[in-house]
Design a protein around this ligand. Structure first.
Ligand code: NAD
Length: 328
């Protein structure tokens, strides 16, 4: 197949070229959106990532250009109008699970860094400052951690937490029986949020979960709790979270995703004015740690993403069952 691969960086090109099963790939650095959809003339399929925008208008353009297949090289599919794609007869395939440990381990990295302030200690020591003032953390052992969404990543995260001796509570619309037998206590969203020292979000972004963390739910948290989001930025109302940080209701915030990340993440603004007032406000807090959607970014995950993506494409070409098709 002739495949247009959007939003690529060198690392995407390296892994996709290595694991290519014989397709003709064109790598675009540009994201896919209404302005760039014209580039897809003559391609059979498009391959996209988390911040490409595939709404109805883009899908109509892709269909007119002859594109027959939408392939996501990620798990989340909130950026694709799946119903509109289905109406046009274009299957949407994704990588439902690739090394969930990669994201779960990154969530734990955010917790450990925020808590023990290793990023600050690193800079201090490099400047010859060996003082411990303001570096005090807390033991994770026996702390209560709330896991919102116990699918592939949430489950891997629970296993990591057990190793640290944390008490784990969880909320999921479909609780996991195995986790429940391993000591994870399921409750309502409100109970789970209210009882925890640390809350980590691992549910998908959907209409029902958009701004799950908002002015009202933030009030439920223990004062000074830590909030971690490695799932999707839209789960959090950023303005409300900034207010909660200002009045110390929220004690720590670790983000790998951000609602307005589309125009920022994966780009270098180090010599430019950052075009987003909310993220600059967030960066100004000493108890906020932001990484730019790198939870998935391990060698193992990149290999699995490439392998599963080509498996999806090959299944389509051979007319086989599309096991990783996003259901409408
Ligand atoms: P998954 O589908 O295996 O698990 C999602 C879980 O959320 C399921 O158990 C589901 O029942 C639950 N859920 C659905 N609606 C819910 C609700 N309203 N409240 C609570 N739980 C709900 O997905 P996963 O592989 O574990 O991935 C989780 C999310 O992580 C993805 O949706 C994606 O957005 C994000 N992700 C981020 C990165 C990254 O690099 N930061 C990488 C991969 C995935």
């Amino acid at each position: 197949m002739k495949i247009a691969v959007f939003s690529t960086h060198q690392y995407d090109q390296d892994y996709f070229s290595e694991f290519n099963t014989g397709h003709e790939l064109t790598y675009f650095i540009l994201p896919l959106n209404e302005q760039t959809a014209a580039l897809t003339v003559g391609y059979d399929a498009i391959c996209i990532f988390v911040n490409d925008v595939v709404n109805k208008a883009v899908l109509d353009l892709l269909h007119t250009n002859g594109v027959k297949l939408i392939v996501l090289r990620c798990a989340g599919f909130n950026n694709v109008d799946v119903q509109a794609a289905d109406d046009l007869g274009m299957p949407v395939l994704r990588v439902p699970a690739y090394s969930p440990e990669a994201v779960a381990e990154h969530a734990m990295a955010l917790i450990l860094t925020l808590n023990r302030k290793t990023h600050k200690a690193y800079n201090r020591v490099r400047e010859g400052n060996f003082s411990l003032e303001k570096l005090m953390g807390f033991n994770l052992h026996n702390r209560k951690v709330a896991v919102i969404g116990t699918g592939n990543i949430g489950k891997a995260f629970c296993h990591i937490l057990k190793g640290f001796g944390c008490k784990i509570s969880a909320y999921d619309t479909y609780p996991d029986n195995t986790l429940a037998t391993q000591g994870v206590t399921y409750g309502t969203l409100e109970e789970t949020l209210a009882d925890a020292d640390i809350i980590s979000l691992h549910c998908p972004l959907m209409d029902t979960t958009r701004h799950l963390i908002n002015k009202q739910t933030l009030k439920l948290l223990k004062k000074g709790a830590m909030l971690i989001n490695t799932s999707r930025g839209g789960l959090i109302n950023t303005v409300d979270v900034i207010e909660a940080l200002k009045d110390c209701q929220l004690g720590y915030l670790g983000l790998d995703v951000y609602e307005q990340e589309g125009k920022l993440f994966f780009h270098d603004y180090s010599e430019d004015v950052i075009p987003d007032e909310l993220i600059t406000r967030l960066i100004s807090f000493p108890n906020v740690l932001i990484t730019s959607h790198q939870g998935f970014f391990t060698k193992e995950a990149m290999e699995q993403i490439a392998t599963i993506t080509f498996g999806n494409i090959d299944a389509f070409v051979k007319g086989q069952e599309l096991v990783n098709r996003v259901a409408v």
